[in-house]
Design a protein around this ligand. Structure first.
Ligand code: EPZ
Length: 433
């Protein structure tokens, strides 16, 4: 298993290119199931989750080509910059998303809505719990039932069918769910009649999916608001779409610049995607300014100041940036109160940050972080993507050496993380094996 070794204390200086958003790319890839024509996606990040979704789509019978090369295995090697992935679901050979893939990546459940809408049947493994909480899919299932799907849970699988096709409905989500909003937008696009989704998620990734579905011929209104109206159409066509920049990767490298007292330009991204994060960083004493190519991040003073934050659905502060901000607050002047409201168990990084000298106490969904002047390196490991990257960020600021174990968590969502940081002066290397 690969590890990453960091010798901390070097300010980052330079430019970092931000890739396409993993959490936009995954539903966009699933949307290819809605049409027999080719969906061409550009700016896909080269991360493990994208390869897993590619593998799942291939199993379902989707033809995959990179830049039209059509070698069937384009996701396994090399970066994806400047390349276009073509996904063609001409005929669906299979309608099952197996346990092995769903267990590896919960976002596999995003094939449920499109398969059901296009093929009238889908069998998708139930995802089960994961490192950040139980994460049920009940909201997806109840809403699909409202569209007329019949759903049984059997042998650990969701068995869904739509014997009479899907029909538009008024769906009020009981709480905001990114994945359920995406599954329903896709399913409703091919349903008969109009669907209204209220209490819908508004994340930029939802907006990107809406834009792509519209280019495929879907009739969708209200994208980016909490009420989305979808008028079903009989068929969708192929389209070309560029995946939007990854706002969480942007925020993560902004924290990397701040935690090391550096000066970094994040290119091919936009300030507008990370307003809630930029606001908190500003309050902490980090300067963020838009540039022609993206965003420049600089830590103004010697130490950042403690700030309080609460995670919320977009446009609130993102849960996917909670662990990274906690690493920064660990070395802030003063105390910070960080409250997690989206996931039940998203503080797995706390005991590991504490091993590096952080002073953090957790009470229920809140963590009190009392800033210390310096962290010290240690061998650490984490159980999910954002927790792992928070340890890497802490390592960049810590005295001595930090070794982050179980790097496969990082590889799920960060493209060439050690290369990007090393290019800005970090003393960081991957140890293979
Ligand atoms: C998406 O997950 C992201 N994943 C997550 O990113 C992100 O943390 C999350 O949204 C919140 O922003 C992708 O986009 C692929 P939800 P998703 O449905 O769609 C509960 C990362 O690090 N819920 O909005 O699964 C759920 O348990 C990841 O990149 C139900 O109770 O999140 C959670 O508490 C991790 N029943 C809350 O809603 C349901 O049927 C929000 O989850 C669905 C969700």
């Amino acid at each position: 298993m690969d590890r990453i070794r960091i010798r901390g204390g070097r300010p980052l200086n330079g430019a970092i290119r931000i890739g396409g958003a993993k959490n936009a790319a995954l539903p966009l890839m699933a949307a290819s199931l809605l049409t027999d024509e080719t969906l061409a996606l550009g700016n896909l990040p080269h991360v493990a989750d994208i390869a897993t979704m590619g593998e799942l789509l291939v199993q379902l019978g989707v033809g995959v080509s990179m830049n039209g090369a059509g070698d069937g295995a384009p996701l396994a090697n090399g970066g994806n910059e400047g390349r276009v992935l073509g996904l063609t679901a001409e005929a669906l050979a299979n309608r099952t998303a197996p346990y092995d893939l769903v267990r590896k990546m919960r976002a596999s459940v995003l094939v449920l809505g499109p398969l059901l809408a296009r093929a009238g049947r889908a069998r998708v493994s139930l995802p089960g719990g994961c490192a950040i909480g139980p994460r049920p899919v009940d909201i997806h299932l109840r809403a699909l039932e409202q569209l007329g799907a019949e759903i049984d849970l059997r042998d650990g699988y969701i068995e869904a069918s739509a014997p009479n096709g899907l029909h538009g409905a008024q769906i009020a989500f009981p709480s905001v769910s990114v994945g359920a909003t995406e599954n329903l937008m896709m399913a409703a696009s091919l349903a008969v009649g109009e669907t209204t989704l209220t209490n819908a998620a508004r994340e930029p990734e939802i907006q990107d999916l809406g834009k792509c579905l519209s280019a495929m011929g879907a009739r969708i209104e209200g994208i980016g608001t909490d009420t989305i109206r979808v008028a079903g159409v009989a068929r969708l066509r192929g389209a070309e779409h560029q995946v939007l920049p990854d706002r969480i990767e942007t925020g993560t490298y902004a924290v990397a610049a701040a935690i090391t007292g550096g000066d970094v330009e994040l290119v091919e991204t936009e300030m507008g995607l990370i307003e809630a994060v930029a606001e908190k960083l500003h309050d902490a004493g980090v300067e963020m300014t838009p540039t022609a190519r993206g965003v420049r991040v600089r830590r103004a003073g010697n130490r950042v100041s403690g700030i309080d934050l609460v995670t919320e659905p977009y446009p609130g502060y993102p849960t996917d940036m909670q662990a990274q901000m906690m690493a920064l607050m660990a070395i802030a002047e003063g105390a910070s109160l960080i409250t997690e409201t989206i996931f039940e168990n998203r503080f797995m990084h706390v005991p590991e940050l504490s091993r590096m000298g952080a002073n953090i106490t957790v009470h229920g969904g809140s963590a009190m972080v009392r800033g210390v002047p310096v962290l010290t390196g240690a061998p650490v490991m984490a159980t999910d993507l954002r927790a792992s990257v928070s340890l890497l960020l802490a390592g960049l600021a810590a005295r001595d050496e930090t070794v982050v174990n179980r790097v496969y968590h990082l590889d799920r969502g960060y493209e060439r993380v050690e290369e990007k940081l090393a290019a800005c002066g970090a003393d960081i290397e991957r140890i293979r094996g």
